[in-house]
Structure formats: structure tokens, C-alpha cells
Design a protein around this ligand. Sequence first.
Ligand SMILES: [Zn+2]
Length: 291
Amino acid sequence: MQDNAFLVATEGSAREETVEQAAENETRTIFGDYIGELYVERYFSKEAKSDVTEMVRLFIMVEINKAKFVPLASKQGKPVERAGWDDTLPVFAVNAGYTPAINGIIFPAGIFQGLFYDDNAPKEKNLGAIGMIIAHEISHAFDDNRAKYDENGNVRDWWTAEDYTKFQELCQGVISLFDGKKFVPGLVGNGTHTLGENIADMGGPSCALAVAESMIPNVDYKLFFDSNAAMWQASRCSRARMEYILSADVHSPAVLRANINFQNIDKFYEVYGIIEGDGMYLAPEKRIKIW
Ligand SMILES: [Zn+2]
């Protein structure tokens, strides 16, 4: 039985309890865990627990998404922050991207390592790898699809009719270079499906090479091309993965990305002494240069 005088002193009023109620309260307090076990056994099934646990998980998810999207929603109607970070790529991602809506390029810190970048390496090596990727992403601003956006990220036709017709002709040429190109037995490239990436891939090494020539007195071209090839070689994958890439990815398989791009660069023939009849040879009139 509770001491009514004590309750009045500590809680301001006394509870009137019967002996049975007081006994129940004491039992509940002392044997709570044991009674809980019996309660769960009888009234709270494993299925109910898993259902409710899932519900809690979803609520917490909802909260994480809210924390992520509420700040984004608050930017609506305000001037575009073109220098803002596009969090579709986390900082540790080994990747890079171009975003037409802000006409911006994104390079997470994760890509500046390994075959892509080495701060102790000669400039040619870095330009052949990360330099090519940087130029690839910039070239995306002028691929077949993104060329329809203007410098502010708005869909606007900024081309002269003559230039656009010429651009379209070159795009058709790129499609032809990749379409039906056999690279392993039974698998061939799809030029239409991969056009945007192939245009960016062609802009990549040619722009990076132009930069190398503008800043290095005696360019080690072999180091540049070897570095580029090593990067693609590291992306080799299984046949099943290649089949997936061909059916669902907008990029060409790595072997085509390396070989076809080199075939369009005149300097490549000179550096490796490639002549008519060699496997990598492409007649000068068939080589395509867009950017
Ligand atoms: Zn790309």
C-alpha cells in the first residue's frame, strides 16, 4: 500500500488504491520483464514484429529523404546555383559527369587516383587519363543531345543552320564508325545507341592532346596514348557484362572506346608507325573530328 502522506508530499495528491491494485502495480514493477515475455508470446506475433519493424524503417527512410530533399525544394524559384554540388555523384565516387541543366562538369575526389591521376606523374600521363576524361565531360556539352542546350542550360537552338547540318553529318559518320564494329566474337557495337558518349569520347583525347601540345615543349606522345589505353584496359570486363553494356548502357565497351578514338587521331598513326593494312588503320578521309 502506498504511503498517502508521502504521495501528497511528492506528487501533490494521493492516489486511492485498493490492495489488489497496489499488488498489481508492485508485481508489474518487480516482474516486468517476465510478464513482458509472456505477453509477447501470447499477444505479439513474429509477423507483427517484422511488419512494425519495417514500418519504423520506412518512417526513418522518409525522414532521411526529407532531410535531403527539403533543402532542394527550398531552392525552387531562386536563381540557379551553378557552382552547387550535384549529389547524384558522391565525393568518393570513381566517376565524373556533365549536367546540362547547369552546363556544368562534376569531378568527385574519388576519381583522382590510380590510373586516372597521379600528382607525381608526368603531365602526358595525367593528360592521357584524367585529362581525357575532363575533356570528355566538357565535350558532352556539345554531343548530339546536349548541343540543344544553350550556355545557361536552357533548351534553345543556338546553331546556324549550316553548322548544325554539318554537325549532323559528322554525327552520322560517328554512328557508322561504331555500328556493327566487331570487338569480340559475336558482339558488335551499336553506333546510334552510344552516339552521345562516342562524341564525347572523340572530343576527349583530341582536346587533351591539344592541351599537351600547348603546354609541354617536347610531348611524349607514346606516354599520352599508353596512359589512355591503360585506363581503358583496366575497364575490361566479362562477356556477360559486355552484353549488358551493349543492351543497356549508353557507353560503348571499353575496347571500342580506346581503339576507335585512336583511329581518328592522326598523331596516333605517326607515333606507332601504323600504315595501310594494319588492324588499326583507318583511311584519312574516313577519320572523323568533331571537337
Ligand atoms: Zn560521358
